[in-house]
Write a protein that binds this ligand. Structure first.
Ligand code: ATP
Ligand code: MG
Length: 289
């Protein structure tokens, strides 16, 4: 079994460690599920890069890969084929999440990884009596260790996504501003409402993130205006531009902040980290190095 230890990116002043530790003791980690049943809208890209951007600002971050595609695991530089245990063992066999954690090779954040076995977990979970609550129970011993726990959801409103939404305090919805986007959003908002009414009354929509945005595209601008008129200030002010550095970073097994920290994509995720953190009522991050 490898590297269950929790690690932190960069040294930080003792008074700051104390302040964050105090804050965590009061609130526990903020748990954000990044969800959208539509495929390819940048859920994984946003989980990874928001996670790294928060940790660059001095916060302790855990990423949970809840997708059998394992893109967040691989994009963190972790070899999914070399894992002894994964989030699947946590959900189905009550293996302690703390024993499955991996430190991303570039440092800075911790990952609860997945591999393709999670596909069968989705089916098996349905037969468990406490099926919606398995992730929430597994995370309980970890929430005092982190400032943020980010969950990368699969592109489906299935039992894995239901587990994420039941464990989370907030949902962050990445979306591309294109033709069917708003229609998909109403199905997701319906699911969030159902989970709030049943398994998780504290669940809130944290915000809607416009991803892969191209301001020269008229349709993108139109959908963006419609989003703002429907959801008002729930739409983050930060917009993630279409950026080739973001697209190529996973092929190096690195989030973009380690691949090209001055790219437009990296700067956008740093800005998003500031906005997310302010909106969460968390302690203000230190300025990026
Ligand atoms: P899935 O639903 O399959 O899990 P996803 O919602 O997690 O997909 P990603 O895998 O993050 O989406 O992104 C889809 C593709 O778009 C990837 O190839 C990714 O590298 C690329 N991509 C994401 N964000 C950007 C961006 N801002 N600019 C350019 N390419 C991007
Ligand atoms: Mg994904």
């Amino acid at each position: 079994m490898s590297v269950p230890a929790h690690s932190s990116s960069s040294p930080r002043p003792a008074h700051r460690r104390l302040r964050l530790a105090d804050d965590r003791a009061v609130h526990g980690a903020r748990i954000l599920a990044l969800a959208n049943q539509k495929g390819g809208v940048a859920k994984t890209t946003s989980t990874l890069n928001l996670g790294v951007a928060l940790s660059e600002r001095g916060l302790d971050v855990l990423l949970i890969d809840l997708d059998p595609q394992s893109n967040a695991t691989m994009g963190s530089g972790i070899d999914k084929n070399a894992l002894e245990y994964t989030v699947c063992d946590v959900l189905l066999d009550d293996i302690a999440a703390a024993d499955v954690l991996q430190t991303a090779p570039d440092g800075g954040f911790t990952v609860l990884p997945s591999n393709q076995e999670l596909t069968s977990a989705e089916v098996e979970l349905v037969t468990k009596p406490d099926r919606e609550f398995r992730l929430r129970k597994a995370l309980a011993p970890l929430i005092a260790r982190y400032d943020y726990i980010l969950i990368d959801c699969p592109p489906a409103l299935n039992m894995l996504t239901v587990n994420a939404l039941t464990a989370a305090d907030f949902v962050l919805i990445p979306m591309q501003c294109e033709y069917f986007a708003l229609e998909g959003l109403s199905a997701l908002v319906g699911t969030i409402d159902k989970i709030r009414a049943t398994a998780n009354p504290k669940l809130e929509m944290h915000g809607i993130l416009r991803t892969m945005f191209d301001p020269r595209n008229n349709l993108a601008n139109e959908v963006s205006s419609q989003l703002i008129s429907h959801f008002g200030d729930r739409v983050y002010r930060t917009v993630i531009p279409r950026n080739v550095r973001l697209a190529e970073a996973p092929s190096f097994g690195r989030p973009v902040l380690f691949h090209d920290k001055y790219s437009r994509g990296a700067l956008a995720y740093l800005a998003l980290a500031g906005e997310v953190n302010r909106r969460s009522g968390a302690p203000l991050p230190r300025p990026p190095p």
